[in-house]
Design a protein around this ligand. Structure first.
Ligand SMILES: Cc1cc2nc3c(=O)[nH]c(=O)nc-3n(C[C@H](O)[C@H](O)[C@H](O)COP(=O)(O)OP(=O)(O)OC[C@H]3O[C@@H](n4cnc5c(N)ncnc54)[C@H](O)[C@@H]3O)c2cc1C
Ligand code: SF4
Ligand code: SF4
Ligand code: SF4
Length: 407
């Protein structure tokens, strides 16, 4: 049974969470998270079709109490660690921490090292904030997140949901169907150029990590900014490569790993659907930045009264200054139009549908994943040698004069 056309599907998993008999499983074997219906369990109630956002006559669901923004803000967290660990300004972590401090819960995306996938999950401790910090440049698995958010609302907690435009839309859609009370429900939508294939990320991570147990994959923020970085379970570096050298990151930046739906994304433009919109403030006039701000700046758009309230709760922990929407639009294509589909997209996906990431990138781009791996090994040898020499020099410098032992 097909719920909606493959190229219209967002991979949102609303159908999964709404099915009354658990007949739907989300699978990414063909590249993206898609529903698979178990016909033995299915009772043909059609609730999945009725709930599917992509089959709605009017796909976009607006946020309650929308206010139209004519200005926006540039900003960042004043706390060095939060800012350093984040993709851009760390405002998402500031807002999430405030909700947790008020005994609320936050639904965000973590990297699940065992399954090598990004996954939406609920956190309720400040110690877990670093798990959701940083954009994972891949579509997340959203199975069960709708039920968790509904339950949080039911028991009276404040709930913050963070996701891309289509994810926010899907959540509002689900909560309307189950008639949840939205009084204590808040959203942050992230500017998004496209959701990439989880299958490609998993296969590439398997290859460059040589299938070692890993804890996470990161792309931006922290010590290895703008690098595809894989860590083991002790948080040691397993692999890292700059964005235009690593095969996965390079193809992500060329927009060819996105699901087809993204090329007609209904959630682009300045009419946003979260209470607050966060992105990178590309195009910000550099002269307005303090000299020492090297860690990234958020674009912040406040879209509703709830958004304004959220910003007020963190105002003493962040630095913000008002900018024009024109400046934000100029620097960020997501505020203008959907990402255009690249010429080689269909050919690459013919390979990817029938085979693995390694063979597809080799066949279409002549790129070898081995090159990524070997480049990293050379880096490690150079790095280790340099670190060893530095350690020896430091040791020598710390020796007592004459090289003798201290008695
Ligand atoms: C797939 C994707 C594409 C993006 N594309 C753009 C873009 O084109 N232009 C732009 O300006 N900004 C883009 N962003 C947003 C940007 O990378 C930052 O997330 C945003 O600026 C917030 O930064 P931050 O420092 O406040 O928080 P961050 O450290 O980035 O954390 C923000 C939140 O992102 C959530 N998150 C992490 N990974 C995912 C995921 N895979 N799916 C959904 N949510 C996730 C986490 O729950 C976290 O709370 C994109 C983000 C994602 C996830
Ligand atoms: S028709 Fe009903 S039972 Fe069958 S998969 Fe859809 S929601 Fe589940
Ligand atoms: S509900 Fe979401 S995942 Fe399910 S078919 Fe529709 S768009 Fe796809
Ligand atoms: S580009 Fe649009 S459809 Fe694609 S993941 Fe982002 S918000 Fe969703």
């Amino acid at each position: 049974m097909i719920i909606c056309e493959e190229k219209e599907c967002f991979g949102c998993a609303v159908c999964h969470d709404i099915c009354p008999v658990g007949a739907i499983r989300m699978s990414d074997t063909t590249g993206f998270w898609r529903p698979l219906v178990d016909t033995d369990k299915c009772i043909n109630c059609c609730q999945c079709k009725a709930a599917c956002p992509s089959l709605m006559h009017n796909i976009r669901r607006d946020i309650p109490s929308r206010t139209h923004s004519t200005t926006c803000f540039a900003g960042w967290s004043n706390e060095n660690k939060l800012h350093f660990d984040a993709t851009s300004g760390g405002i998402a972590s500031e807002l999430a921490r405030e909700v947790i401090r008020r005994k609320g819960i936050v639904a965000g995306v973590i990297f699940d090292g065992d399954r090598r996938i990004a996954r939406h999950t609920v956190i309720e401790n400040v110690e877990e904030l670093n798990k959701i910090a940083k954009s994972k440049y891949v579509l997340s698995n959203k199975s069960d997140i709708y039920k968790s958010v509904k339950e949080g609302i039911r028991v009276g907690r404040v709930v913050l949901y963070i996701g891309t435009g289509c994810e926010i839309n899907a959540m509002y859609h689900y909560l309307a169907i189950v008639k949840a009370d939205l009084k204590n429900f808040y959203t942050i939508d992230l500017l998004c150029r496209g959701g990439a294939s989880s299958k490609c990320l998993r296969e590439h991570t398997d290859f460059v990590s040589r299938k070692k147990p890993i804890s996470k994959v990161a792309f931006r923020g922290g010590r290895y900014d703008c690098m595809y970085t894989v860590y083991d379970q002790k948080n040691h570096l397993v692999y890292r490569s700059p964005q235009y050298e690593d095969s996965y990151f390079k193809l992500f930046m060329r927009h060819v790993l996105f699901q087809e739906r993204c090329f007609q994304c209904p959630f682009v433009g300045t009419e946003r659907n979260g209470d607050i919109t966060l992105g990178d403030f590309w195009g910000l006039d550099k002269d307005v930045l303090p000299k020492n701000n090297m860690k990234g700046t958020n674009l912040i758009i406040v879209n509703s009264d709830k958004g304004r309230h959220m910003m007020n709760t963190v105002k003493n922990n962040i630095t913000v200054f008002e900018r024009t929407m024109d400046e934000a639009i100029m620097g960020n294509e997501t505020l203008q139009m959907p990402t255009p589909k690249e010429n080689e997209y269909d050919e690459l996906w013919r390979w990817l549908r029938n085979g693995d990431f390694k063979t597809a990138v080799k066949s279409v781009y002549g790129i070898s994943e081995w090159r990524d791996y070997i480049r990293f090994k050379f880096y490690t040898i150079r790095h280790i040698t340099k670190e060893n020499i530095m350690a020896i020099l430091k040791n020598l410098r710390n020796q007592p004069r004459g090289g003798g032992k201290i008695q």
